[in-house]
Design a protein around this ligand. Sequence first.
Ligand code: HEM
Length: 400
Amino acid sequence: MPKLAPVDLASPDFKPNAYAIYARLRAEEPVHRTTLPDGRVLWLVTRYDDCVAALKDERLVKDWRSIGVDLFGDDEARMQLDRHMLNTDPPTHTRLRAIVNKAFTPRLVEGLRDRIQGIADDLLDQVQGRGEMDLVADYAFPLPIIVIAELLGVPVADRHRIRAWSDAVIGGVPTRDRIDRAAGMIREFKDYILGMVEERRKAPREDLLSALVHVEEEGAGKLDEKELLSMVFLLLVAGHETTVNLIANGMLALLAHPAEREKLRADPSLMRSAIEELLRYDSPVETATFRFAREDVELGGAVIPKGDVVVVVLGSANRDPALTPSPESLDLAREPNRHIAFGLGVHYCLGAPLARLEGQIAIGTILRRMPNLALKVAPESIQLRPSLLVRGPATLPVSF
Ligand code: HEM
């Protein structure tokens, strides 16, 4: 019998109180059944050990169609964009991932260091004379989107349109109603990506987009058009919606913990473990993407019926005392740190080496160049973006 009232994920009170709610769920009902306003059942998995088990469990699949679940109906544009790695299982997933894996290895990503440093410095040059900025709009958002846009070969000037489209996909709680309202934006996003693909078919360049178009043209069942559009869509969205929150949450945590911040400023060799701790302490991706039970699955004392949605709450796992002592405190030197902010198993974040490098450079540069950075508003007044998937402030006004 359930002990707790179902958590209301759509309530404005949920996000600001999420960590307290997760602590209670971990203690009293670690696998918790709730519903979205449209009636869809979700199971929240909140303990570290159960989250690890769920992310590795082959009975929890990503391709809802393969088990007869209807997630988005038959929205034409969305169907052109949803054949990507996060919506597929092996062997399709294995084939898709192999195509891009090589572009994101730690060695190749390391080659981007100077360019990322240049972007961070340019962005701070633009605001330095002003003495204040919105750390999200002026720094945390542009940095990762410029990096992924340049890598793919997408015009950097389009970043605000891309942000609006991407927000239509991942903002809010994914109810049927919101999905229907986002349909127009998703069609625009699809047409935009298709337009660039067609340009590259005519005139290839030296970019990842052209390389992907080339794979599609080679045929041999390696990548069809829908998979190509979906791949570009996923890289664009996952490449910036996440790292923006690592930078913004990370800076917010450092501003709230001046002694830790001072330690890091005085000893930049702490940066590697600091980024891992910031990923754990306020995880940029709060919940993993939907998984679907292929059969009845027993987990953490609950039985999840076939076809139901399972949501692995990474932000809760990373604050579980079973993971590490004093999980509520920020310790930039924490070792070991086996957080699961990048997920686990076959869908483990493809961009983790890039995200880590972006985080280290972005946070290191701002600490160095703006030693007196301070919040311009009371910490309690900072609004989090409404999204089930990601966690981060909508704006972060600071002075320096
Ligand atoms: C701090 C930044 C980031 C965080 C916290 C993060 C987190 C995650 C997580 C948790 C997953 C697994 C989701 C699931 O299993 O449901 C994932 C997958 C993925 N991420 Fe990231 N990510 C970040 C940055 C990036 C970047 C910069 C890229 C750019 C390429 C990227 C690309 C991807 C892709 C393509 C997948 C799907 C992998 C697959 O299904 O095999 N991520 N990420």
